[in-house]
Design a protein around this ligand. Sequence first.
Ligand code: AMP
Ligand code: MG
Length: 526
Amino acid sequence: MVSELQTRPAMDKILLLNDVVFIVTSQADNFETGASAPANFEFDNSFARELEGCYVPWGAEKVSEPRLLIFNCELAAELGLDACALETPLGAEIFSGNRIPNGAKPLAQAYAGHQFGSFSPKLGDGRALLLGEIVDTCGKRHDIQLKGSGRTPFSRGGDGKAGLGPVLREYLIGEAMHALGVPTTRALAAVTTGDQVFRETALPGAVLTRIAASHLRVGTFQFFAARGETEIVRQLADYAIARHYPKARDADNPYLAFFVAVARAQALLVAEWMSIGFIHGVMNTDNTTISGETIDYGPCAFMDVYDPDTVFSSIDLQGRYAYANQPSILTWNLARLAETLIALIDPNKDRAVELLTDSANEVSSLFVDAWLARMRVKIGLNSPEDNDVKLINRLLDAMHQGKADFTLTFRRLSDVLRGNGKSVRALFEDPAVFDAWESDWRIRLGREKVSARDCAGSMDQVNPIYIPRNHKVEEVLAAAVDNGNISEFQDMLSVVTRPFNEVSGREGYAEPGDKTAVPYQTFCGT
Ligand code: AMP
Ligand code: MG
C-alpha cells in the first residue's frame, strides 16, 4: 500500500510504497500550489477513490510561460468540455499543470513492467499525472492525464519533463490512429512550457494532455503481484472489470473471463496495427493497456516498404519489437498478465495455472482470426473461404519481394478493379510478381457477390491513402520545434485525420520516403 508517513511542511515528503521508500524534496512543495481554476470539468475520480494504495497524490511542477499550442476542440466537445473556455490562456494554465481545475485529484500511478523482457518492479508515472476522470456525453469514462508535468516519486533519474517534438509526435500519430479506427489514447492539448528540457541538446519543453479509457496497464497488476499483494490485485481486477469488461462479472469465473476479455481486446488491437503497417516499437508490459488502447507513441512508426523484419527504434537492437514479432510479443505480454491473476483464479494453484494457460494459448488464434478479418476486407473479400489466408500471405510475400509500399499497395488495389492496374504494378520492383497474384485474386473475387465498383469503394474505406509518413512527420516536427512554425503540423494533422479521403493537391502526404535514404530511426519519447 502507499501510505504517507510524513507530510510537509515540517520535513520532506516521505512516501512508502510497500517496501519502497521515496524521499521527495522540492517538487513536493508544488503539491498545494495549484489554485482552483474555474472550468467545467465534472471530475469523478473513481481510481483515486477506489484504489487507494495504487498511487501517490501528487502535484505538477510550475512552468514559467504556458502557451496553448494545439487544442483538440472536436475531442473536447465529445468529452462534454467547454472548448471556448479552454482554448484560452486559462486552458494553457490548466493543461500545463499550473492550475488544477476544481474537482481534480492529481496523482501519480504505481506500475511495474517488463521492459525488453526484463522485469522492473517499480516504474510508475515518472512524468505524468492523472488529473481525474470525466464521463463523456455518451456515458463513457475517460482519464485526463498530463504527460511531462514534472518529477514524481516515480521519476528515478528522470526530469519528469517532455520535449515539444515527442509531445507533438504523440499528438499527431495518436490522432491519426484514432482516425484510422484503431483503439488509442488521444490528445486533448499540447502546451509549451517556456522552459527548456535537456536531452542531447536543450529543447523546448511541453506538456501533453492525454485522454485514455484508463491508464491501467499489465504493469499495474505486475507492481502489486510482484509484492504478493493479492488483495490489491483483486481490487484492481474488480475495478478493471467494472470499468472495462462489466460482462465478466457475471461469468462463472469472473477473473478468468476478465483475462480472456483483455486478451481479446489486445488481440484486436495488434491485428489493427498489423493491418496498417504500424510498429509500436516498445511493447513493454507497462505500455500494454488493460482497455486494449494503443498507448505511448515514443518510438512507433509506420512502415513504407513492406518488410516483416522492420524495426525503427534505435534501442531495439535485437528486433524484439519488429513488425512481424508484434503478435508473439502480445502473447508474451498477456502471459505476464495471466501470472498476476493466478491467486484470483482458483485456490488450487495448479488448477489456476491450467485454466490460465488454456486461455493464454487461445490468444494467438484470437489474433489470427482478428487479423484475417481485417486483411480479408483490405483485399475486398467479405465471405470467408479457407484459402484466404494463403492468398493474403502470397500478396505480402510479393510485396516483400517486390519492395512495395505497404499502404499504397493496398490502397491502389481498388484501382485495379476500376480498370487501372498501372498504379499498383508500379509499386513493385518486378511487377510480374504482382501479376501472378492478381490473376488468382480476380478468380477469388469472382466468387464474391458484389460488383467490382462497390468492392473498390468498400476497399477505399479500409485502406488509407494518408498515414503519418516518417519523412513528413520529421519535416513538420522540425518546423514546429526549430522554427516555431506550427502551421505545417496543423496542415498534416488535418490530412492524417481524414485518412481515407484522397484529396487532390495532397499527393505529397501520400508519398513514401526516399527508398535509398538512410533507414529511418526513432527514439523513445523522453
Ligand atoms: P516510457 O518509455 O515513456 O513508456 O516510460 C517508461 C518509464 O520511464 C515510465 O515509468 C515513465 O514514467 C518513465 N519516464 C520516462 N521518461 C521520463 C522522464 N523524463 N522523467 C521521469 N520518468 C520518465
Ligand atoms: Mg510508458
